[in-house]
Design a protein. Structure first.
Length: 95
């Protein structure tokens, strides 16, 4: 059990986009995960900018977004995580 807790605190596992709440908009998801998780908010917003995330989508429900836009949101969470390791289950291709 001791090692399981250490591993849980060290690894961020992201599988596709299923962890995003589909009925919430992007801002609501961001607020929830910033409160519940261990993410650096400044890095998160910088990553969204680097990934050319259109801020017009912030008020849209996640279920209304394209797969690519959902992936940008997921990647911003991944790269702003304060965990030591990030595991992405599905291949992410941006371009």
């Amino acid at each position: 059990m001791k090692y399981q807790r250490v591993l849980k605190d060290s690894v961020l596992y992201i599988e596709d986009t299923s962890y995003l709440y589909q009925n919430l908009n992007c801002n609501e998801n961001i607020k929830y995960y910033m409160t519940a998780g261990s993410f650096d908010e400044n890095i998160f917003w910088k990553m969204l900018q680097e990934l050319e995330f259109d801020s017009n989508y912030l008020e849209k429900r996640v279920r209304e977004l394209s797969l690519g836009t959902k992936q940008k949101l997921s990647l911003a969470f991944a790269f702003s995580s304060m965990r030591k390791f990030i595991v992405l289950d599905e291949p992410y291709v941006l371009g």
